[in-house]
Design a binder for this molecule. Structure first.
Ligand code: 5GP
Ligand code: MN
Length: 336
């Protein structure tokens, strides 16, 4: 499919730069068909947020589809309706279907297979810093821990019943984006909302087991290799490592097996910022994590990426060596 950027950043001609909960709810009621879009290399937030809102809209009799470039990761296949997620769309999709982008600062995060879209058909639900406000309606709540909790505000305003399935999707978004209630976005409200979701039937034990345990043996061995070759620089404040094609082949691992590595690099005593360079499948993708002293969202932004103050990422156009040098320079420029 052709990729057309018809979206003019920050200047909605036929929409709202900052939509209220009421604006969004009115639009959800008005439309009859929806396509939920999740970002490439999907995580529990982008998927859980869309699945939760989609489940509620289906219960209201609406047509709901899920569009995602990449397959659902193994550890998220327990999510209700995740088997409905696909790269293809029905031929009879109504022209006025609302495309709901969850958890992305830009449409480019949805990948290369998006059909051309008109802004008037786009709803942007997100909690990232520096969201580009690409929708007709932009529901961007930067203080929320996950896009799922933005969706929860909408479900309440809609008066939609929160079923155990919806509650599980929403608790997944929270547990994913707080790192299992560990990151600094874990406020007292996060615990209150999580308790409420458990009361509504969210299966916390299943989420813990499927997302935070249940790792393949290949992943464990890959983590070992990546940690063994980690480097410590800048007086012990910067820790980084690499996963490349040869390592994936050696351990019969894939990209989904790399997830946990960065946490170990960041957890080293004295480390302010950790970086993992994922140089495989023809790309150099970089994950950055900070303890809060250095803004890694700004650092990633210098190289075309983005994310949050303490967690960000980017895809580097160039060699691994150039990526290592450029990321180090961007971090130093941000005060590392
Ligand atoms: P991860 O390191 O887990 O891939 O990503 C960490 C955070 O950075 C996530 O919030 C993710 O959405 C964001 N992020 C990762 N890669 C990119 C990117 O290429 N562009 C933007 N804008 N954000 C990214
Ligand atoms: Mn998120």
């Amino acid at each position: 499919m052709e990729v057309v950027d018809m979206i003019e950043i920050k200047k909605p001609e036929n929409g709202k730069l900052e939509a209220t909960t009421e604006d969004v709810v009115a639009e959800l009621r008005r439309r009859a068909a929806f396509v939920f879009v999740s970002h490439v290399k999907p995580d529990g937030d982008t998927l859980g947020a869309g699945l939760a809102l989609g489940l509620a809209l289906r219960a209201m009799g609406k047509r709901v589809y899920y569009f995602q470039q990449d397959p659902v990761p193994r550890n998220l296949r327990f999510l209700p309706d995740s088997d409905r997620v696909s790269r293809s769309l029905p031929a009879d999709l109504p022209k006025d279907a609302l495309w709901v982008f969850c958890d992305m600062s830009d449409t480019s995060r949805a990948g290369e297979y998006l059909p051309p879209l008109e802004r008037r058909n786009i709803l942007d639900i997100d909690h990232h810093l520096a969201n580009s406000r690409f929708g007709a309606l932009n529901y961007v709540l930067e203080t929320e821990c996950s896009t799922g909790t933005c969706v929860l505000h909408l479900l309440r305003a809609l008066g939609a019943p929160i079923t155990p399935q919806i509650a599980t999707c929403l608790l997944t978004t929270i547990m994913t984006d707080t790192g299992g209630f560990v990151h600094s976005n874990t406020t007292a409200d996060v615990f209150r909302v999580s308790a409420e979701l458990m009361d509504l039937g969210a299966d916390k034990d299943e989420i813990t087991e499927k997302i935070f345990a249940n790792k393949r043996f290949a992943a464990t061995r890959l983590i070992g290799a990546a940690l063994e070759s980690a480097r410590l620089e800048r007086d012990g404040k910067y820790c980084w490592s690499v996963v490349d094609d040869a390592m994936l082949v050696k351990f019969e691992a894939d990209g989904e097996d790399t997830e946990e590595i960065i946490q170990h690099l960041r957890a080293v005593e004295g480390v302010d910022v950790a970086a993992l360079f994922k140089a495989y499948e023809g790309d150099v993708r970089v994950s950055l994590r900070s303890n809060g002293r250095v803004n890694v969202q700004s650092a990633a932004g210098r190289l075309g990426g983005g994310g949050h103050f303490r967690a960000s990422g980017l895809t580097f156009a160039g060699s691994l060596d150039d990526a290592v040098a450029a990321v180090r320079a961007a971090l130093v420029a941000e005060g590392l």
